[in-house]
Ligand binder design. Structure first.
Ligand SMILES: Nc1ncnc2c1ncn2[C@@H]1O[C@H](COP(=O)(O)OP(=O)(O)OP(=O)(O)O)[C@@H](O)[C@H]1O
Length: 376
């Protein structure tokens, strides 16, 4: 069936075929794909006449046109190191916001970020960041993107404020602008007089602050933070999480934060990508992910626990008694009305009801278990 708005014609020359095949290899024949094709090659629009080919089209390709809707668009992104598939066909359309990239060690989080930043070349597949093809990444792209890598990235012997100023210049600011911004950002990340010391002498927490400052100094549109809270003490971690969590709301900067720490992601992110063995296991808004797993309630009775257990048993509810005295119950519905009714009917004392405890934790473990199952 011919898609609306697209006239299908047979290519008229060999070069048309070549461009057409290229076009086809990258996606499908839809309105969006026209934009995508123009992005890939502004030379010529080539279309196909075979309805069979059109009906076999893969999902719509990312385009430059919907760059405002999606900060990251990946299509079959794969990275292979020898026998290791660090990324395995990652396909994602990610809207702006604070995005958690969650996965265990070796899941492929850093590789994904590095491919998006053109620091690693994907083995296959393609991706756009802020609507630009990652392979066309250049100075202009760098000016729009900030990156705080997992490992140390400072220049030995350089003091903190000089380092951040220099990074600002590398990202397109004049020296004067970069120096002014460096001091503002160093204030923002909570660095005091230490900024005048060599970074080599910094604690791990201070180095994390310097890394965040250099990623933010040029006011990027999107920020990639690879394990930014590693090595921070509780107070530093709290400060960092609040700061990172406020960037999208306050400045409109989208943040992709990679972590294996569920609590950090759950606290500040409005969207989560769960990744393991190089594959995306889940990608959704935090709210949707939690709602999908809202069928567990925890009940902390104020007394008469044995009678509570007997009532649950009599009602054939599945539950377990936790070591902290609480009951963990599989809820038959999204509301907890049934539990209130049970307490009332059995004249049981009230207690604290917590719907959906540790939803992200459960989802994470379940996703990993299913990934391991599929892999075995
Ligand atoms: N340059 C490389 N050469 C060979 N293998 C690599 C390379 N970089 C990453 N890998 C492998 O690819 C897989 C994914 O690594 P990656 O660093 O992306 O994971 P990660 O999720 O960021 O893990 P971590 O949280 O431990 O940093 C791992 O098995 C890793 O050993």
């Amino acid at each position: 069936m011919e898609p609306a708005g697209l006239r299908l014609t047979r290519p008229t020359s060999e070069s048309d075929w070549e461009i057409g095949c290229n076009f086809w290899g990258h996606g499908c024949v839809t309105r969006e794909a026209i934009g995508s094709f123009r992005f890939l090659s502004p030379l010529k629009l080539v279309t196909f006449s075979s309805p069979d080919v059109v009906s076999a089209a893969p999902p719509p390709l990312p385009t430059e046109r919907n760059a405002r809707d999606y900060v990251i668009q990946a299509d079959g992104l794969t990275k292979v190191y020898g026998a290791q598939r660090a990324l395995d066909g990652v396909t994602l359309h990610v809207p702006p916001g604070t995005i958690g990239l969650l996965g265990p060690n070796g899941a492929g989080k850093s590789t994904f970020i590095k491919c998006l930043l053109n620091l690693e070349t994907p083995t296959s597949g393609r991706a756009l960041v802020l609507g630009r093809d990652i392979r066309a990444s250049n100075r202009e792209s760098r000016e729009r993107v900030g990156y705080s890598p997992e490992q140390d990235s400072h220049i030995p012997g350089v003091v903190g404020c000089e380092y951040v100023t220099y990074c600002g210049q590398l990202s397109g600011l004049s020296f004067k602008q970069a120096r002014q911004r460096a001091h503002e950002i160093l204030d923002l990340v909570g660095m005091g007089q230490e900024r005048y010391r060599k970074i080599d002498t910094y604690s791990t927490g201070m180095k994390q602050r310097a890394k965040l400052a250099q990623a933010l100094v040029h006011d990027p549109e999107i920020l990639f933070l690879d394990e930014p809270t590693n090595g921070l003490d509780p107070a530093g971690r709290e400060y960092f999480l609040r700061l990172i969590g406020s960037l999208h709301k306050q400045l409109g900067t989208s943040v992709v934060i990679s972590s294996h720490l569920l609590n950090d992601i759950e606290r500040i992110c409005d969207r989560v990508i769960i990744i393991a063995r190089g594959r995306v296991l889940e990608h959704d808004s935090m709210e949707n992910l939690k709602n999908r797993h809202r069928r567990i309630v925890e009940f902390a009775p104020s007394g008469e626990s044995d009678r509570v257990a007997a009532a649950l048993k009599a009602g054939a509810y599945k539950f377990e008694r936790l070591s902290n005295g609480r009951f963990r119950i599989e809820s038959p519905s999204d509301s907890v009305e049934w539990l209130l009714e049970l307490l009332r009917v059995h004249r049981l004392p009230p207690g604290e009801i917590v719907a959906n405890p540790n939803a992200l934790h459960e989802l994470f473990l379940r996703s990993l278990a299913s990934a391991d199952g599929n892999h075995a």
